[in-house]
Design a protein around this ligand. Structure first.
Ligand SMILES: CSC[C@@H](O)[C@@H](O)C(=O)COP(=O)(O)O
Ligand SMILES: [Zn+2]
Length: 221
């Protein structure tokens, strides 16, 4: 059984949209192999979200590969033989701590390169982003600058999720995106298209940051 067992056209459409976005990210080289995951709150429900199943080839994802979970806890709501993404706890931390309606995690090359350089193995850091015109694409209260958190890539994913919940629970002007050291980037928005647009802006900013001579400035949280 899959998320298709949830009654209603909106659930069907959202399953299709998650699969389509996933295939698009794969085509761009942002979800190599089975990497990356996508979720969205299920319209018409207070507390449910759809998330991609774990370990699936993201270039071949279909609407059948979605799992219905509790948006706040990640508990699987609809019985299924599929396993929800191994990184579900990061998505649910964001649904609890922010106004995110959709969350996309990718291993895009430039953001991952910056996450390797800016991150630390055992403590969160903040990456300073300022002056880039594309910061306006993030919907920041102050587009002049922001600090994007970079969390350690703990093997126990709930440990990453705990950092995420702490940071976004306490930081009112944080950007709608985060990096995981040596791993990748996650962005969110009011819907999948806005989350994807924000990823595009940040991947482009990270491309510039990887050019020789452009400095990467970080500080400990
Ligand atoms: C191809 S390994 C990548 C995974 O370890 C993970 O980082 C990832 O992005 C996908 O995990 P998944 O459980 O399929 O949602
Ligand atoms: Zn990942």
């Amino acid at each position: 059984m899959s998320a298709r067992t949830v009654k209603g056209q909106s659930a069907d459409q959202l399953c299709d949209a998650l699969a389509a976005f996933s295939r698009q990210m794969y085509e761009r080289g942002w979800m190599p192999g089975t990497s990356g995951n996508i979720s969205a709150r299920l319209p018409g429900t207070d507390d449910r979200a759809l998330i991609t199943a774990s370990g699936r080839d993201k270039g071949e994802l279909t609407a059948q590969d979605m799992v219905v979970v509790h948006a706040a806890t990640g508990e699987v709501v609809e019985p299924t033989t599929l396993r929800a993404s191994a990184e579900t706890s990061i998505h649910t931390a964001l649904y609890r701590a922010t106004d995110a309606q959709a969350v996309i995690h990718v291993h895009s090359p430039y953001a991952t390169a910056v996450a390797c350089r800016a991150g630390q193995a055992n403590r969160p850091t903040l990456l300073r982003l300022e002056r880039f015109e594309l910061l306006k694409g993030l919907g920041l209260a102050d587009p002049a600058g922001t600090e994007m958190p970079v969390f350690p890539n703990w093997a126990e994913v709930p440990r990453i999720a705990a950092h995420v919940a702490d940071h976004y629970g306490q930081t009112s002007n944080a950007p709608p995106a985060l990096l995981i050291a040596d791993h990748g980037i996650t962005a969110w928005g009011k819907d999948l298209a806005q989350a994807r647009n924000r990823l595009e802006c940040l991947e482009s900013i990270c491309q510039v940051l990887t050019i020789n001579g452009v400095g990467i400035h970080t500080r400990d949280i």
